[in-house]
Design a protein around this ligand. Structure first.
Ligand SMILES: Cc1cc2nc3c(=O)[nH]c(=O)nc-3n(C[C@H](O)[C@H](O)[C@H](O)COP(=O)(O)O)c2cc1C
Length: 387
């Protein structure tokens, strides 16, 4: 099924207003959301990866955030086919990707990734060996898609991160950011959500430290903020930094880092002060209210609390969230573009990241400019793009 949501082409849609973030000029508000695709053998992105991203740039997407990319640390990412930002072959591969996207008029930034406690979730490596965890714990499993077998292995406690571990990881983030600029990327995205390393410092369920890296919310925010500062120091004032955060964790989709807007303000305020330019509020539906008593989305709250540029994400054009669509087959198409445009026009948030529809239709931005019809996302058909 497909949906035509607008009778004629229009450039007056708030989706097609340009935006400036530091040195980065975006032609429109449509962002390709980061999607891991294990398509880079040995961590090196090849010509097929360049083609994959080039097609989305040709399709008119304003900004591409790459799949999660491993920083230069031994336990950053456990899957051998996830791309890296270290070593000449990988940097050369990324340069070709960036050139292809720029050649098609697009903009692209890499999502720097350290999986932290979720080491071993994507491959058979032993989660108890080398996993970087603030307090040695994985977190209490709640609503999760992980297998019982993986959870049982991951529950084995590890040594909490030492000061040396913390220094090494900070350094690895800064190095990856420098390498990204060398490869020609237009900015830096940081994966700070979903229960991975940076998020595991924010979440009380994984950070039970009594030193300066743990304790109250301000102290739990310190490590993510230091990562941002280290990256800002490396990339200078012109380069935009995008930071993804989430309430939910893959260990437990109902977990939260902030129970109230005030708590969220403490976290986001520290990240902005450290140098973040764009807050990317990861949630399963862009229009879900984040806190009781208000219709404001998580991205809306991030903007209200900090005043900086924010990005929403989740279920644009799709009736089931990412988690629900893990079941096979076609997901229902839903016309929520009018609601998206209404929120953008009201400046509730500034950018919209779109994941699955970018798999279904590389020319998604052109489709949206034309007014539809919206592509239908079918997991059986479109995940082959990823694996
Ligand atoms: C196959 C797949 C892989 C993903 N990998 C990542 C990732 O590497 N980093 C990340 O921050 N989010 C990742 N996500 C989440 C998406 O960026 C996005 O937030 C989510 O799919 C919701 O957007 P959508 O409803 O438009 O698909 C992934 C999603 C999918 C479908």
């Amino acid at each position: 099924m497909s949906t035509t949501f607008r009778g004629d082409a229009t450039d007056s849609s708030p989706l097609f207003r340009p935006l400036q973030v530091r040195s980065l000029t975006l032609e429109n508000r449509i962002v390709m959301s980061p999607m891991t695709r294990t398509h880079s053998p040995g961590g090196v992105p090849g010509p097929d990866v360049a083609d994959y991203y080039r097609r989305r740039a040709e399709g008119g997407t304003g900004l591409i955030v790459t799949e999660g990319v491993a920083i230069d640390h031994p336990t950053a990412v456990d899957h051998p086919d996830v791309p890296r930002l270290r070593g000449d072959p990988a940097v050369g591969g990324w340069r070709a990707v960036v050139d292809a996207v720029h050649g098609a008029g697009g903009r692209i930034i890499p999502q720097l990734w350290h999986v932290g406690p979720l080491w071993g979730a994507m491959s058979a490596v032993d989660p108890a060996l080398g996993s970087m965890r603030p307090s040695g714990v994985w977190g209490t499993p709640g609503i999760t898609s992980y297998s019982d077998d993986y959870i049982a292995r991951a529950q084995v406690p590890t040594d909490p991160m030492t000061d040396h571990d913390i220094a090494m990881v900070l350094d690895a983030y800064a190095r990856a950011a420098a390498t990204a600029l060398e490869a020609g990327f237009d900015g830096i995205a940081i994966h700070g959500g979903h229960g991975y390393l940076l998020d595991s410092f924010l979440w009380a369920g994984t950070n039970q430290r009594g030193d300066e890296w743990g304790g109250d919310l301000t102290r739990r925010t310190r490590f993510p903020a230091e990562v941002v500062k280290a990256i800002r120091a490396e990339v200078g004032a012109a380069t935009p930094i995008v930071y993804r955060f989430s309430q939910h964790k893959q260990q437990d989709y109902t977990a939260r880092i902030a129970e109230t807007p005030e708590e969220l303000g403490v976290i986001l305020g520290a990240l902005v002060e450290a140098g973040v330019d764009v807050l990317d509020a990861s949630i399963r539906r862009f229009d879900l209210p984040a806190f009781e008593g208000s219709d404001l989305s998580l991205a809306g709250w991030a903007k209200k609390l900090t005043g900086i540029t924010t990005m929403a994400v989740g279920s644009v054009g799709i009736g089931t969230s990412l988690r629900e669509s893990r079941t096979r087959g076609a997901a229902p198409t839903v016309d929520n573009i009018g609601e998206l445009e209404r929120r953008l026009a009201a400046d509730e948030f500034d950018l919209i990241a779109i994941g699955r529809l970018h798999l279904a239709d590389p020319g998604l931005a052109t489709t949206l400019r034309r007014g539809g019809p919206l592509p239908a996302f079918d997991r059986d058909r479109h995940e082959s793009v990823l694996h």
